[in-house]
Design a protein around this ligand. Structure first.
Ligand SMILES: CC(C)(COP(=O)(O)OP(=O)(O)OC[C@H]1O[C@@H](n2cnc3c(N)ncnc32)[C@H](O)[C@@H]1OP(=O)(O)O)[C@@H](O)C(=O)NCCC(=O)NCCS
Length: 222
C-alpha cells in the first residue's frame, strides 16, 4: 500500500514499465518536479526490483484501478520496446482508456525551443535538443543527447534513441525507432514502424515497416 498518493494530489503519476528506461524517466521526473512518480507497474513485476529510485513496483496492469482509486491521475510509458511499436502504443491507449492523463516529461538538462510542439506523454531526456518548429506527437521518446533540428515532424509513439542526430525538415512516422548514434539527412522521410539500426546514416526516404542499417542505410534482407 502506498500511503502518499493522496499527498501528491493531481500530479501523482503511474510509471508503466520497470526496466532501465523507467530508471531514466523517473530520475528526469524527480529532477523536473512537475509530476511525481508514485508507483510502477510492469507486465512482469517479479522481474523488477522492489522499487526504482524509491518508487515502488506495485504489480502488473491489473493494479491500475487500485492506483487510480488511491489518487493516481497521470501516467508515463517508460518502456523502449525497440521494433515493437504496438507495445508502447497499446500501453498508452490502455492507460488513457482507464482514465489517466499522459504526463509529459522534460529533463531540466534538455533544450526545447519555445517554438517546438510537444505532444502529450512525450519524454525529452537529458541533453536532448528539440529545435524550433519541430513537432513531436504523443508518447514520443527523445532519448539522452538526441538532436532534433528545426522543422521535424515526429509521429506518435516514436523513439529517437540516444545520441541520434536528425537534421532539419525530417519526418519520422508513427512508432518508428531511430537507433542509437544514427543520423538522418535533412528533408528525409522515415516511414511508420521503421527501425533505423544503431549507427546508421539515412540519406534517402525509408518505406513503412522496414529495418535499415549501415552507411548509407539500406533495408536488411529478411
Ligand atoms: C538493427 C537491429 C534492430 C538488428 O537487430 P537483430 O535483428 O536482433 O540483429 P542481430 O543482433 O541478430 O544481428 C544480425 C546481424 O546484423 C548485424 N547488425 C546488427 N545491428 C546492426 C547495425 N545497427 N548496423 C549494422 N549491422 C548490424 C550484426 O552484426 C549481425 O551480423 P552477422 O549476421 O554478420 O553476424 C539492432 O541491432 C539495432 O541496431 N537496434 C537499435 C538499438 C538501439 O537503438 N538501442 C537504443 C536503446 S535506448
Amino acid at each position: 500500500m502506498v500511503e502518499h498518493l493522496d499527498e501528491v494530489g493531481v500530479t501523482a503519476c503511474v510509471v508503466i514499465g520497470g526496466g532501465g528506461h523507467a530508471l531514466v524517466v523517473i530520475e528526469a521526473m524527480q529532477l523536473e518536479g512537475r509530476c511525481t512518480p508514485v508507483a510502477i507497474i510492469d507486465a512482469d513485476p517479479a522481474s523488477c526490483p522492489p522499487d526504482i529510485l524509491g518508487v515502488p513496483v506495485r504489480g502488473d496492469d491489473s493494479t491500475l484501478p487500485a492506483l487510480i482509486e488511491e489518487g493516481a491521475t497521470h501516467f508515463v510509458v517508460a518502456v523502449g520496446a525497440i521494433g515493437r511499436p504496438q507495445v508502447r502504443r497499446g500501453l498508452f491507449e490502455s492507460a488513457s482508456a482507464a482514465g489517466l492523463t499522459p504526463a509529459t516529461v522534460t529533463h531540466p538538462g534538455a533544450i526545447v525551443s519555445a517554438h517546438a510542439t510537444v505532444g502529450a506523454g512525450s519524454q525529452i531526456l537529458a541533453g536532448a535538443v528539440v529545435n524550433a518548429r519541430t513537432r513531436l506527437g504523443s508518447n514520443v521518446i527523445v532519448n539522452t543527447g538526441a538532436i532534433l533540428e528545426h522543422d521535424c515532424q515526429i509521429g506518435d509513439h516514436a523513439h529517437i534513441a540516444p545520441g541520434s542526430a536528425i537534421a532539419g525538415g525530417v519526418a519520422v512516422g508513427a512508432g518508428s525507432h531511430v537507433g542509437i548514434g544514427s543520423s538522418v539527412k535533412e528533408g528525409v522521410t522515415v516511414g511508420a514502424g521503421v527501425v533505423v539500426g544503431a549507427g546508421a546514416v539515412v540519406v534517402s526516404d525509408v518505406d513503412d515497416g522496414l529495418v535499415v542499417t549501415g552507411v548509407p542505410a539500406r533495408p536488411r534482407e529478411s
